[in-house]
Ligand binder design. Structure first.
Ligand SMILES: CC(C)(COP(=O)(O)OP(=O)(O)OC[C@H]1O[C@@H](n2cnc3c(N)ncnc32)[C@H](O)[C@@H]1OP(=O)(O)O)[C@@H](O)C(=O)NCCC(=O)NCCS
Length: 187
């Protein structure tokens, strides 16, 4: 049986979600500051318990990796990061959210780097892509800091509460990630 990895950086530990996280996940994910900025597929699940169980199945089938973003000092749960693997196309989609009290401290960027390093190392990937609502520039900034290139906008592509949102798409190719990694300070 494959075990979901634990990934560590300077400030963060990314680890599998546990049943004890359910109450906080439910509260954080229901906050409109998060819920209004993510797509239905990222947060819609039958129950948090089933969502956590499903993560193990998804990882076994090598099509999905979801990790809790936690503080290395103290263990506080901060958010969630997911990468969905489309094997036939050798690409993956990156999604993330951080609970509002912890925004703008670099956590999403640091978690993104850990996830990209793990998946480029362990999965057969040519590229990783991500998207966000055009009304959510903070997410675009995270992707920019991770080395992604803004590739285009799908206008009025997504209906959220009867508002048709433009979606901004970003991509990171394997050689771009490898080049950026070489210049990074080792943790
Ligand atoms: C987007 C999100 C994940 C960012 O998390 P975070 O931990 O605050 O991200 P970081 O601290 O690593 O980086 C945020 C960057 O956005 C910038 N930023 C914040 N608000 C901004 C705004 N309104 N316009 C432009 N940039 C903004 C910050 O200044 C920072 O950039 P800097 O380091 O150059 O100063 C978080 O706001 C969130 O969870 N939002 C709700 C869910 C969501 O949007 N998920 C992504 C959907 S694809």
């Amino acid at each position: 049986m494959l075990t979901i990895p634990v990934l560590t950086s300077e400030q963060l530990i990314l680890r599998p979600f546990e049943t004890a996280d359910v109450a906080l996940v439910s509260r954080y994910a229901a906050d409109p500051a998060v819920a209004d900025r993510v797509s239905r597929s990222a947060i819609e699940y039958q129950s948090p318990e089933q969502w956590i169980d499903q993560q193990h199945v998804n990882f076994e089938e090598a099509n999905y990796l979801t990790l809790a973003i936690t503080q290395r000092a103290g263990g506080q749960l901060l958010g969630c990061i997911t990468q969905t693997h489309y094997e036939a196309d050798e690409h993956a989609e990156l999604d993330y959210w951080i609970a509002k009290p912890y925004w703008n401290r670099g956590y999403a960027t640091e978690a993104g780097r850990l996830m990209l390093d793990y998946t480029f190392d362990c999965w057969q990937l040519r590229r990783v892509f991500a998207c966000h609502f055009a009304t959510n520039p903070a997410s675009g900034r995270v992707l920019e800091k991770l080395g992604f290139t803004r590739e285009g906008v799908l206008r009025q592509h997504y209906c959220a509460d009867n508002v048709f949102e433009d979606l901004v798409y970003w991509g990171l190719l394997r050689h771009e990630w490898a080049r950026d990694r070489v210049h990074r300070r080792p943790v």
